[in-house]
Design a protein around this ligand. Structure first.
Ligand SMILES: [Fe+2]
Length: 446
C-alpha cells in the first residue's frame, strides 16, 4: 500500500495529501463490501488521473496517466486494478522541442468506451486504447484519418451512438471538430478557426449543434518555455461560444459573445422548442492570471448560458454560488433536456485546496440542492449510472472513489441517486489509495 507523501510547504499541492501519486500497480480480487452491490451493475468503472511515474511533474495536469478500475459482476466486486497508461513518454521517449507529439504524450485525463474500444484520453494527444485489464494497447488514429489531438471530453449522442469530439493545438486553425459513427468510423473533420490558440478543455453538444468555448486562457510562450501548462489569462482576448450545426460545414458556424471567464467542464446542453440553446457549466470568473501556477485556481460555480436564436450575446445566470466541480448528468440525457446535475462539492474552497468531503445534487426544476457527506472521506468525480428499467432522469446510481483517511486507502462508493441523504448502498473497500484524479466512466457490459 502506498503511503501519503509529506506535506512540506515547498511541495506543490498536487504532490500532497490525496493528490499525491501512488507508486505501485496493484491487483486484488473479490474485494470486501459493506452493504450490497446492485446486481444489475455488470461492467467496469474506470477513472484516469495524473500520477507521475517519478513522483513529480511540472504541473498537476502534466503527470503520466494512471487508470484505476473496478470490475463488478452479479453483485460482486470482481477485481480492482490500477495501471499506468504506458505511452512512449511513460516508456522514456524524450520530449521533442517544439510542438507536442500527438503519438507520445501522457494520457491522464479521462477514460471511456466507444465502438468496442476503451480509450484513455488527454487533450494534447491521440486516444490510447486499453484492454479491460487496463493494459496499454497503443495510440489510435482512426485508421490514419485523425491527425489532431483528441479532447478528454468527447460526447456520445444517446440517439445516434455517434461520438462527437474535437482537437486543439498551436497551429491554425487551432481547433478542429470531428465526428465518428456508432461503429467508430471517422465521418468528418471540420476546422473551426479561432483568433489564437486557447485552452479548450471541453465543449457542449445538443441534439442539433456542437458548441465550442473560445475563452481568454491563451497560449503563453514564457509558460511553454518553463515546461508547464503553456497558457495564461488574457484581459484583451474576450470570450465567445462558436455554435456549429451537427453534420454541417463551417458555413454554419456562428459566434456568440459571453462574459470573459474560464470553463473546464460542461455539465450538459440542450435546445428548447424555440431553438434557444441552454448550456450548464462549472464557471470560473478567471483562471491563471500571470500563468498556470499552483495558486491561481478560483472557485467554480454552476452557471447557465442561454443563447436565443439569432442572438449576438448569451444571457448568463449563476444558478448557485457554492464552489463545485466535476459536474455530471445522466448520460442518457446527453444533448437533451436535463434537470439534475451531480457535482463534487468543494465547500468554500477551490480545486487545489478543497477537502471534497461531499457531493451536491442540483434539481434545476425546483432550484433545490441536496448533499451527501462522506465523514472523513475525500470524494473524486462521481458518475451517474441509469438504473435498470429506470425511466426518471434521476433513477439510478452514483459511483465514484472516496479516499478513507482513517483506513489510508480508498473505497468505491455506490449511492442511490434519488436518496442523497441515505448511506451508500455499497462501499467496496480497495486495498490501496486512489489519488483524487480527474475523470472516469461506467462501462456497462465491458
Ligand atoms: Fe476535465
Amino acid at each position: 500500500m502506498s503511503q501519503l507523501d509529506t506535506t512540506a510547504e515547498s511541495e506543490p499541492f498536487w504532490e500532497k495529501g490525496n493528490l499525491a501519486p501512488v507508486h505501485e500497480e496493484v491487483t486484488a480480487f473479490d474485494l470486501p463490501v459493506e452493504g450490497a452491490i446492485p446486481p444489475e451493475l455488470n461492467g467496469l468503472y474506470a477513472r484516469n488521473g495524473a500520477n507521475p511515474r517519478e513522483g513529480h511533474s511540472g504541473h498537476w495536469f502534466l503527470g503520466d496517466g494512471m487508470l484505476h478500475g473496478v470490475s463488478l459482476k452479479d453483485g460482486r466486486a470482481e477485481w480492482y486494478r490500477n495501471r499506468w497508461v504506458r505511452t512512449p513518454r511513460f516508456n522514456g521517449a524524450p520530449r521533442k522541442p517544439g510542438m507536442p507529439d500527438i503519438r507520445s504524450g501522457v494520457a491522464n485525463t479521462n477514460v471511456m468506451a466507444h465502438a468496442g474500444k476503451i480509450m484513455a484520453l488527454v487533450e494534447s494527444a491521440l486516444p490510447v486504447v486499453m484492454n479491460r485489464e487496463l493494459e496499454t494497447i497503443g495510440s489510435y488514429d482512426y485508421d490514419g484519418k485523425l491527425d489532431t489531438p483528441f479532447t478528454a471530453h468527447p460526447k456520445i449522442c444517446p440517439t445516434t451512438g455517434e461520438l462527437h469530439f474535437f482537437g486543439y493545438g498551436f497551429q491554425p486553425p487551432f481547433l478542429t471538430y470531428h465526428a465518428a459513427d456508432a461503429n467508430g468510423t471517422l465521418l468528418r473533420s471540420v476546422p473551426v478557426p479561432t483568433r489564437a490558440p486557447t485552452m479548450v478543455h471541453d465543449f457542449a453538444m445538443t441534439s442539433q449543434h456542437v458548441i465550442f468555448m473560445d475563452l481568454p486562457v491563451v497560449f503563453d510562450m514564457p509558460a511553454a518555455q518553463r515546461g508547464t501548462m503553456p497558457f495564461a489569462w488574457s484581459d484583451s482576448y474576450g470570450a465567445r461560444l462558436g455554435i456549429l450545426k451537427r453534420g454541417a460545414g463551417i458555413e454554419s458556424l456562428r459566434w456568440v459573445e459571453i462574459e470573459p471567464c474560464y470553463v473546464f467542464h460542461v455539465a450538459n446542453a440542450f435546445e428548447e422548442s424555440d431553438g434557444t440553446i441552454v448550456i450548464d457549466v462549472a464557471w470560473y470568473n478567471e483562471l491563471w492570471r500571470g500563468g498556470p501556477s499552483s495558486k491561481t485556481f478560483d472557485k467554480a460555480v454552476l452557471r447557465r448560458w442561454r443563447i436565443a436564436p439569432g442572438a449576438a450575446r448569451a444571457q448568463e445566470q449563476t444558478l448557485d454560488d457554492r464552489s463545485i466541480e466535476f459536474p455530471r448528468v445522466n448520460d442518457d440525457r446527453a444533448g437533451m433536456r436535463h434537470d439534475i446535475v451531480y457535482t463534487v462539492d468543494a465547500g468554500d474552497e477551490n480545486l487545489a485546496t478543497s477537502s471534497y468531503s461531499s457531493l451536491r445534487k442540483y434539481d434545476l426544476k425546483t432550484g433545490q440542492s441536496t448533499q451527501h457527506t462522506f465523514d472523513k472521506g475525500m470524494a473524486s468525480e462521481f458518475v451517474h449510472v441509469p438504473g435498470a428499467g429506470g425511466k426518471g432522469e434521476d433513477d439510478g446510481w452514483l459511483i465514484g472513489f472516496v479516499y478513507d483517511r482513517a483506513r489510508g486507502a480508498s473505497d468505491l462508493m455506490i449511492l442511490d441517486a434519488q436518496r442523497m441523504g441515505a448511506k451508500p448502498v455499497a462501499r467496496i473497500m480497495l486495498p490501496a489509495r486512489v489519488p483524487q484524479g480527474f475523470h472516469g466512466n461506467w462501462m456497462p457490459g465491458v
